[in-house]
Design a protein. Structure first.
Ligand code: C2E
Ligand code: MG
Ligand code: MG
Length: 449
């Protein structure tokens, strides 16, 4: 137990080490220590290189570059769980040692998380700057016998990630970057769908002003017999690089509409939200696919919400606007998901055919504690209302956050405070079949009933 330790921010000392003392040797010693103390236990090394600091230096000065690097290190340190170890190696390179990852996908999940926390914009004198990461992952006990080899393999994987401009890469063979597999975990989604390994879960969306149920978001889950419970953050990026977004949407629409259609008797106004991937917007059949699914399940178009992330919309802004327009012509609603992370301009927002704006949870969680987040959320709500969009806050985890958002005029709330995503039967038992008044009792006491 003694070796289980998370480096605290005060230990980061990024600028304080005399003579620019680098820490590869410390990293090697830590790996060796882990190997000795937990013989045979799996271990993953994530080598995280932060890029884009030169640009920050140029735009804001070297002091800002230092500050951003330091904030990066703190964000990364927070990704490490209690049993993991965070080791800053150089100001722009950090190592995460993941102890006992259940599977490679666990290390990939940590890499995804690291990528996400770093790509969140940094606020610098009211302007924002963003950085990128390239992460190399190597694993024990599979390939490397010594700490130095493990590090070399992570470096090779990191170089491959950089040369392919991918956020992460798992080392899988020889040291040459070319030997690193393109897709570290190959998922046969079509097969998995056939075998019924995917399941839809449902998370309530609640009207903040009244505390009433508004609807639910359908969130996919993959129970893989080989890999265990694989979260969407891990398998979606792999799917999104392939043609498989189409079968996934077919599954998603049908699973969500089948469940929601069954709840209409008791909740005639129930709205169901389904997520789209960027690739779905490029599919010529998208509108037909949605319209067919609505017909099959006799589901009213105006009660289906399609969520698409702001960054997916920005990939090809004018094409996105056209497709969203066609979807809305069917009568369905369009929601801009994870708003605030995709750098769209206000002018762009005004032109988007959309009905709803979902504020990203990275801003929502800070509304009570962080004045900047509160102001940001407040202005997004005002802005959304000014262009006639409903505003949803996702990631509400506490009553305090729910109350604050209700006070700021936010329309709809979603998050663990209300409920986690649940399998259809459990969702129905907790949210559909019980009286509305009961549902309200779990909601912010300050909001009018
Ligand atoms: P999203 O659409 O922004 O969904 C919200 C995510 O936040 C979900 O993660 C949900 O479980 C999580 N969440 C909900 N409440 C809270 C909270 O209070 N705190 C925190 N920390 N998290 C909360 P999940 O289910 O892992 O999904 C991740 C993303 O995967 C989704 O983000 C969505 O972009 C994508 N996704 C999920 N299901 C599907 C699907 O069927 N199709 C497509 N294309 N994408 C999907
Ligand atoms: Mg969503
Ligand atoms: Mg979201």
């Amino acid at each position: 137990m003694g070796w289980i330790r998370k480096t605290t921010s005060s230990e980061l000392g990024l600028t304080g080490s005399p003579g620019g003392h680098f820490r590869y040797s410390r990293l090697l010693a830590e790996i060796e220590g882990m190997q000795l103390r937990a013989a045979g236990e799996p271990l993953a090394l994530l080598l995280v290189h932060v890029d884009g600091v030169a640009d920050v230096n140029r735009r804001f000065g070297y002091g800002a570059g230092d500050e951003v690097l330091e904030r990066c290190a703190r964000r990364l340190a927070d990704v490490a769980r209690e049993q993991d170890l965070f080791v800053p190696v150089t100001p722009g390179c950090h190592a995460l040692l993941i102890r006992n990852p259940l599977h490679e996908s666990h290390a990939v999940l940590a890499a995804e998380k690291a990528g996400r926390v770093i790509s969140r914009p940094f606020d610098l004198e009211g302007e924002s700057a963003s950085l990128r990461v390239h992460i190399g992952i190597s694993l024990l006990p599979s390939l490397a016998a010594t700490p130095a080899l493990l590090l070399q393999q992570a470096e090779a994987a990191q170089a491959a990630a950089r040369s392919r401009d991918q956020p992460w890469q798992v080392y899988s063979g020889r040291l040459e970057p070319d030997a690193v597999e393109q897709a570290p975990v190959r998922y046969d989604i079509e097969q998995a769908l056939h075998r019924g390994e995917f399941e839809m879960h449902f998370q309530p969306k609640v009207l903040l002003a009244t505390g009433r149920l508004h609807g639910a978001e359908a969130l996919v889950r993959w129970n893989s017999p080989q890999l265990g419970n694989v979260p969407p953050g891990v398998f979606l990026p792999a799917i999104e690089q392939t043609q498989e977004v189409r079968p996934l949407l077919r599954f998603g629409l049908n699973a969500a509409l089948r469940a929601a259609a069954g709840w209409l008797d008791e909740r005639p106004d129930f709205r169901i939200a389904v997520n789209l991937s960027a690739g779905n917007l490029e599919d010529d059949d998208l509108v037909q696919q949605v319209s067919d699914a609505l017909k099959v399940w006799h589901f009213p178009a105006r009660q289906l919400v399609l969520e698409i992330t702001e960054s997916a919309l920005m990939e090809d802004a004018s094409a996105s606007a056209r497709v969203l327009g066609e979807l809305r012509a069917l009568g369905v609603e369009v929601s801009i998901d994870d708003f605030g992370t995709g750098y769209s301009s206000l002018a762009y927002l005004k032109t988007l055919p959309a009905d709803e704006l979902k504020i990203d949870r990275s801003f929502v969680s800070g509304v009570v504690t962080d004045e900047t987040d509160r102001q940001l959320v407040q202005s997004v709500i005002q802005l959304g209302h000014a262009v006639r969009l409903k505003v949803v806050a996702e990631g509400i985890e506490t009553l305090e956050v729910a109350r604050t958002l209700a006070g700021l005029g936010c329309d709809i709330g979603q998050g663990y405070y209300y409920d986690r995503p649940l399998p259809a039967s459990e969702f129905a038992a907790r949210w559909i079949t019980r009286p509305v008044t009961e549902a309200s009792s779990t909601l912010p006491a300050s909001s009018p009933a």
